[in-house]
Ligand binder design. Structure first.
Ligand code: 8X3
Length: 244
């Protein structure tokens, strides 16, 4: 079989970079997209993939990126993130809109942009990285919970609309994962970000990447719809054991 191509968004770090590495190690040709092109190019040199600038919050950048992808069998919608922990009463419109751009519109535009190529591949797959925040609401989660719930809805609608077409649709919803996620959420405050994982053992980006490659390697008649992945120390969004 000829080499299959996977596109990974947010591939410069964390779950995106780990997924790109894991897919490449299983023989996939990987096309990496992210804003930090220097990091992307270093990763592409390491794993043998292609790297293109991609700002998933910018429709023109997304369109340009998708046009550079010749064939696509797998899209990993990984780019996304949270900004702050404001209450609803104190929420900031700009922060909410940014989170909807980062998580919802990005997933929509990337998926829509590559869908013709995924269908044309004859055996396409979309794997979207959701979150426990797509399933539960928590204090201070406002904009992020709403955005990830929207991503989950989009994913489920896509699953329905792909019936009869050769495209599988999956969502992985991780709980706490030690990546740059919390550093970004807290505006670069590393100490505050570290405190999120204090006394507990979070998942790693590689743990999620293993699930990406597992889903991607199921036989083509098997669709893994949703996977909820939590660290042993976490049983729900806000119930965490901190004695480890
Ligand atoms: C990240 C998990 O619990 O911070 O998506 O929302 S959480």
């Amino acid at each position: 079989m000829s080499q299959r191509t996977a596109v990974v968004t947010g591939a410069s770090s964390g779950i995106g970079a780990a997924s790109a590495r894991a897919l490449a190690s299983q023989g996939w040709n990987v096309v990496l997209g992210a804003r930090r092109v220097d990091r992307l190019e270093a990763l592409a040199a390491e794993i043998g993939g292609a790297a293109h600038h991609l700002d998933v919050t910018d429709p023109a950048s997304t369109a340009e990126f998708c046009a550079q992808v010749e064939t696509c069998h797998l899209l990993v919608n990984n780019a996304g993130g949270a900004l702050g922990v404001s209450s609803i009463a104190e929420s900031d419109d700009a922060e909410w809109l940014r989170m909807f751009e980062m998580n919802v519109m990005s997933t929509l535009r990337m998926t829509r942009g590559l869908l013709p190529k995924l269908i044309a591949s004859g055996d396409g797959q979309v794997i979207t990285i959701g979150s426990i925040a797509a399933r539960e609401s928590y204090r201070g989660g406002g904009g992020y919970n709403a955005a990830k719930h929207a991503v989950a809805s989009l994913t489920r609608v896509l699953r329905i609309e792909m019936l009869g077409l050769p495209v599988r649709v999956s969502e992985i919803d991780p709980g706490m994962v030690a990546t740059e996620f919390s550093v970004v959420r807290f505006g670069g405050d590393q100490e505050r970000a570290d405190s999120v994982y204090a006394g507990m053992t979070p998942l790693t980006a590689e743990d999620i990447a293993e699930t990406v490659t597992w889903i991607a390697s199921r036989p083509s008649h098997v669709n893994i719809d949703q996977v909820l992945m939590m660290p042993r120390d976490q049983s729900s969004a806000q119930v965490v054991n901190r004695t480890s």
